[in-house]
Design a protein around this ligand. Sequence first.
Ligand SMILES: Nc1ncnc2c1ncn2[C@@H]1O[C@H](COP(=O)(O)OP(=O)(O)OP(=O)(O)O)[C@@H](O)[C@H]1O
Length: 413
Amino acid sequence: MYNYLLIRYGEIGLKGKNRSYFEKSLVKNMQSALKDLEIGKIKSTQGRMYIPLSGSSDELTRVLDRVTRVFGIETVSPAVKVESDLEVIKKTALQVFKNHMDSISPQNQVSFKVDCRRADKLFSKNSMEMNQILGAHILDHVPGLKVDVKQPQILLQVEIREDGTYIFTEKIPGHGGLPIGTTGKGVLMLSGGIDSPVAGWLAMKRGIQVVGLHFHSYPFTSQRALKKVEDISQVLSRYGTGPTGGFKLITNHFTDIQKAIQNYCSESMWVTVMRRFMFYIANRMAQKEQAMTVVTGENVGQVASQTLESMHAVSQDVVNLPILRPLAGLDKKEIMSKAETIGTYDISIRPYEDCCTLFLPKNPKTRPSLEQTKREISKLNFEELVEESLEKTEIKYFEPYQDITEEELTFDV
Ligand SMILES: Nc1ncnc2c1ncn2[C@@H]1O[C@H](COP(=O)(O)OP(=O)(O)OP(=O)(O)O)[C@@H](O)[C@H]1O
């Protein structure tokens, strides 16, 4: 029955002179998310956007599933748009209301409220009069109701605008943030763990177009470990509908670097030296990608190695771009709950090894100094090892909706 999806955006609306740039980006990102669904032109007017719908519930399920993942959106409402004629509005408001009642199958008396907004001042009734007319009409036709203006179970909203009247009962939350691509590009150091996918998601939420970079130590780490990172990339691709759409994953073959570290460096410094290589390569990749930042899933104090000394030793002088650590202020519980919401948690907890866990020394240095780290690195042919690993780099693109199954759709309408 719904013929439009109303889109509300938050922070973009505060952007002053740059507002239209952010609005256009949001429209483009929504178009990109919906590109294979034969949706009509998205309209943008008076601080709102409208996606035309065909009326089929299957289409609405898909559109909701995709659009609520597009960053920049605060809330969305499936709505019925009709001509601004009193009798037509009454009839449709009742239908929309009954439709909502059917979806909640109430046991007891249901409370409701009508909230009408008249933006079109040429319409003959004002908002208060419309609230009364529509409230009375619904009470007359649906048994077992009561009006509650403070905490109604059902809020029927009616917006009388110049181009027609929109009627709806639901406000479904999006993730907020800014449209991807509006703040630049970043390279995300993506492991198979719980944290880095969440860090990448948070960077995407702030409008950064993220490219994943994974270090893989085949045959020490298995193909199944790599598959885990690919599956995470697939999930992230569903939020990544920026200017180019989808998600790009760069895989760096790290085996020879790890072997060299094991052979020549002090055992307690293995992890620090390995991380310093990773940051150096991430910086190189960021330059190649014309990215402006390196994003990591590091936390402060979550594990023994995540000390400020260690962060300094692994990245100082090898990264010349800002490093974003979006998880720095979050507790593990908060990160896990975010990973569940995003849909990466179940993949991240699959029990496959990762190159860091495999090469874990018995007594890793938790507060390494920069000098000590540089001394260890000087035992290796740093540049040559990096160049060799870069030659074996692979790139894979993940399209957001190519393999999505019915079960994976989050909306059921
Ligand atoms: N194999 C890898 N490939 C790419 N980045 C990695 C890899 N291993 C670690 N990193 C980066 O280093 C960060 C810190 O890793 P560490 O193992 O200390 O923490 P973690 O809390 O286990 O992180 P995660 O849960 O993301 O694996 C990761 O969040 C990620 O950004």
